[in-house]
Write a protein that binds this ligand. Structure first.
Ligand code: ZN
Length: 387
């Protein structure tokens, strides 16, 4: 936003009378006739950044949680603003929370009313707050008393980590007192676990919402193999967009369809995850392995893996258990197997020999994958990514 403001100052000859910004919300006072010019200038700064505006309505304009009201003489008044959808539901007074968390609700509501509202609006706002508090089980007398006590923080002098405890009335509050008195350790109270946090979410997760290696098949039997560190769904959508826009640079699928004509039907609905993998090196190796295993129409073959490995890839079975299938065991991330490094001689072999009778042990496979990755980093740094 600082950049936007600098650009605006350079581009615009007109200066707004008043300009106040909080993160990406701006409160500005401008002449009505110049509003369109400023707005057009703002929206021309960057093609992907679009500003929306809200104009004064019946003499009032909300900004964050403040309603700014224009008086009859042109002076500005402020009061609290609530969205029309606000429900006035707060933490209930009888809820099983630490008293400091309970008392913070009336304290913050009353103090906000007192600090934001101009004198003519205070009474009205306090009436609204009182009604809301009483609806949430608070007594107005107690709330007013709480509002007068401000929490003063002691200067933090002892460098001790706070203790986090779940609030249990009569138990953890006593422990907290003891820790504070005897050891000067601050306790932070957590609300107790909710049923919601114990149960899993009822929503279905999209299996493609993961980073990794994916396959998009064509009706002719060949497939496109790609990899992405973002969600695979996002990448698939990009392929579809590239096809619609005939953007052959953005997608190998678009290039393939455009070159081969309408006889090929790409099954985006059958896109599938071959491996979930968020780390670059294992993902690149896995992509190259999958390209060698599937008839494909990729533009390139990804990272160059030793040809001696090919029979091994073809013999490996791909199971549906994505986390632990046998190919993923080759592609374990490096830091997982670091403890093996200590005892192994550092060889500069790029093509490990493949035993014909004995199957590779998991350790040997990891070491081989690591050596291949190291050599790929050196030789294929400029290799084009195929996704
Ligand atoms: Zn095809």
């Amino acid at each position: 936003m600082e950049w936007v403001e600098r650009e605006l100052v350079d581009k615009m000859t007109y200066r707004p009378r008043f300009w106040l910004r909080y993160v990406d919300d701006v409160f500005a006072i401008v002449n009505r006739d110049d509003l369109a010019i400023i707005f057009q200038c703002l929206n021309s700064l960057h093609e992907k950044v679009h500003f929306t505006k809200e104009e004064e309505k019946e003499g009032g304009l909300p900004f964050l949680d403040v309603m700014v009201i224009r008086g009859s003489g042109g002076e500005l008044h402020t009061t609290v603003y609530r969205k029309p959808t606000h429900t006035n539901r707060y933490l209930h007074a009888s809820s099983h929370h630490h008293p400091s968390q309970i008392s913070s609700v009336p304290r913050s509501l009353i103090n906000r009313a007192l600090s934001l509202c101009d004198p003519p609006y205070i009474e009205c706002e306090l009436r609204v707050v009182r009604q809301a508090l009483e609806n949430n089980g608070y007594s107005w007398r107690q709330s007013s008393r709480w509002a007068q006590t401000t929490t003063r923080r002691k200067p933090y002098c002892v460098n001790r980590s706070p203790v986090y405890l779940t609030y249990v009335k009569g138990v953890t509050d006593k422990i907290s007192h003891y820790l504070q008195r005897r050891f000067d350790i601050v306790t932070r109270f957590r609300p107790p676990a909710l049923v919601k946090s114990i149960l899993r979410s009822p929503k279905d997760r999209d299996p493609l919402n993961v980073p990794g290696v994916y396959k998009i098949p064509c009706d002719c039997g060949r497939s496109y193999i790609g990899e992405t560190r973002r969600n695979i769904t996002t990448r698939v959508k990009e392929h579809i967009r590239s096809m619609k826009n005939v953007d052959t640079d953005g997608s190998a699928i678009a290039e393939y369809v455009l070159a081969s004509g309408t006889t090929h039907y790409i099954r985006f609905d059958k896109a599938s995850v071959l491996s979930r993998e968020k780390f670059l090196v294992p993902r690149k190796i896995r992509e190259a392995i999958e390209i060698s295993r599937h008839p494909n129409f990729n533009r390139d073959h990804g990272w160059l893996l030793p040809t001696a490995w090919k029979p091994l890839f073809l013999s490996l079975s791909h199971t549906t258990n994505l986390e632990q299938d046998s190919i993923s065991s080759v592609c374990l991330q490096e830091d997982e197997s670091n403890e093996d490094d200590i005892n192994e001689p550092s060889e500069s072999v790029t093509e490990p020999s493949l035993p014909t009778t004995q199957p590779l042990s998991a350790r040997a496979m990891r070491a081989a994958a690591r050596r291949a990755a190291a050599s790929q980093f050196g030789s294929c740094r400029d290799a084009r990514t195929s996704s």
